[in-house]
Design a protein. Structure first.
Length: 108
């Protein structure tokens, strides 16, 4: 499902608000009725907000395309959510780099 959603967003969603979006994870409920699609967006805070709004507007289109591509009795209701794990990881890496640089200067 993750691969199909990523391809639909990349190739078929024509909303200009949807920028550089990466599907990071998909959580599907046990009864396959609901799916949370986590996305990461590259850009400023405004671009991220616009991309998420564009994806939410395209929810029915993405769901319809999923129904065509994946054979399921019920196509799950989908919900797009912003995944901050990549940003969080980058922030931690930056902090570690700063600490390492500071320790190197202190040793000199």
């Amino acid at each position: 499902m993750k691969k199909e959603v990523a391809q639909i967003i990349r190739d078929e969603v024509k909303d200009p608000r949807v920028g550089f979006v990466t599907v990071t994870a998909v959580e599907v409920s046990k009864d396959l009725r609901h799916a949370k699609i986590y996305v990461s967006v590259y850009g400023s805070e405004q671009e991220k907000k616009n991309s998420l709004e564009g994806l939410q507007k395209a929810t029915s289109f993405v769901r319809r395309e999923l129904g065509r591509r994946i054979k399921l009795r019920h196509v799950p209701e989908i919900e797009f959510r912003f995944d901050q794990s990549i940003e969080h990881g980058a922030h931690i890496a930056k902090l570690l780099s700063e600490v390492s640089t500071k320790e190197a200067r202190d040793d000199d």
